[in-house]
Design a binder for this molecule. Structure first.
Ligand SMILES: [Zn+2]
Length: 390
């Protein structure tokens, strides 16, 4: 019921007999083919500017989108999420369809979970919450920490995490502020701090190390999340880094992984996507061409040439658009592209210590109260990369 209230708030105008459909974005569908299929004017796509066409290429197969239809089954409005912050909103204005990029309205919840290990942390988290995103995030955070194989039945696990909700349902990725495992009477902590995982000494854990994908002349555009452009009066975002480089410059895979997409991807032009460990994915767009023999499903080494810089798709000059995703959510590559792990020091370490002490106290409270979050009934906001894109 709550969901409907939210929806009516989101869709600005509707007639009483309108009805709502929630659909899954099909594999292989682009924004352009979607317009074609629904007999909507294609100029909606062709009048988008460069940044908007890139955003339109960010629609993920399997994502749930909402369609509002009139009594006689005519399409009235559509809401398609792009990442976790923005959505494409198609609606009729003066009998003509227009597209507007608007912020996604979410509610953020802080939750805690305290359980005893029965099978494995992964399975126990799922049976307590039905939240696969949470279980995956936990597995990722503890990879460089305690050896999970030595756990005993009855060991304790506490997670303090943040979950977003859209239209009343869990939405997007889950952030675990702190995980605590108590085994052999010792408590082991992992903290999420400034986009990386740290142990209680402030040492970075098993972070994902990527190398620069191209020898560039300059960075022509940085990563930006949702922002309001006061002159254009539009919401914008740039979900990657643009590296300017001459056409034909080799593009190298930023890490070891598996090629999951080779082809043309809307405004991104010729594009390659590579899946890496721990649900990371990299994207290389506007390529001039692909390296010989590169195909979907192929294993790839860090530094291996996969393509060449170009100007395909919506692009104003030769450059590489480099995107980085964690569980299909775009994150800033600048925080991850580096060669070595680091440890916090000085003022930063002091700040981290204060932050982590506070979380440790909250963990003890959750442990004492055996806190359990409510079990999700319909949790399908997490899509394993391999399943939908191979
Ligand atoms: Zn770009």
């Amino acid at each position: 019921m709550i969901k409907w209230v939210y929806l009516w708030l989101v869709f600005l105008s509707f007639s009483c007999a309108s009805y709502l459909e929630e659909l899954k974005w099909p594999k292989g569908e682009t924004f352009l083919t979607f317009l074609e299929k629904n007999q909507l004017p294609l100029k909606i796509y062709y009048t988008l500017d460069k940044e908007e066409q890139e955003l339109a290429a960010e629609i993920i197969a399997g994502v749930k989108y909402q369609v509002l239809k009139s009594e006689d089954h005519q399409l009235e409005q559509v809401l398609i999420p792009i990442g976790e912050e923005l959505q494409m909103h198609l609606k009729k204005v003066n009998n003509e369809f227009v597209m507007e990029i608007t912020p996604i309205v979410v509610q953020e919840e802080k939750r805690s979970l305290a359980i005893e290990i029965q099978n494995s942390p992964y399975l126990d988290i799922i049976s307590a919450t039905n939240n696969y995103g949470l279980a995956n995030e936990f597995a990722q955070s503890f990879k460089g920490g305690v050896n999970l194989r030595n756990l005993q039945k009855g060991d304790k696990l506490v997670l303090l995490f943040q979950q977003k909700r859209r239209l009343g349902k869990p939405f997007g990725s889950t952030k675990i502020d702190v995980s605590m495992l108590e085994t052999a009477k010792k408590q082991h902590y992992i903290f999420y701090y400034k986009e990386n995982y740290y142990n209680q000494k402030g040492e970075e854990l098993d972070s994902f190390l990527l190398t620069k994908p191209v020898n560039y002349t300059r960075i022509s555009s940085v990563f930006t999340q949702k922002r309001w452009h006061p002159v254009l009066k539009k919401y914008r975002a740039h979900l990657g880094i643009d590296y300017a480089a001459p056409t034909g410059t080799p593009v190298r895979s930023a890490g070891n992984g598996k090629v999951i997409f080779v082809g043309t991807k809307g405004g991104y032009g010729k594009t390659i996507e590579v899946a890496h460990d721990s649900s990371y994915k990299t994207l290389y767009a506007h390529l001039n061409g692909f390296a010989k023999g590169v195909r979907g499903g192929q294993g790839i080494k860090q530094g291996q040439v996969i393509g060449y810089v170009g100007n395909t798709g919506m692009s104003t000059g030769p450059h590489l658009h480099f995107g980085l995703y964690r569980s299909n959510v775009a994150i800033n590559p600048a925080s991850v592209v580096k060669m070595a792990k680091s440890a916090l020091g000085g003022k930063e370490l002091k700040e981290f210590m204060r932050y982590s002490e506070d979380l440790k106290q909250q963990v003890q409270v959750a442990l004492q109260n055996n806190e359990l979050p409510l079990k999700e009934e319909n949790f399908d906001a997490f899509y394993p990369l391999e399943k939908i894109q191979s």
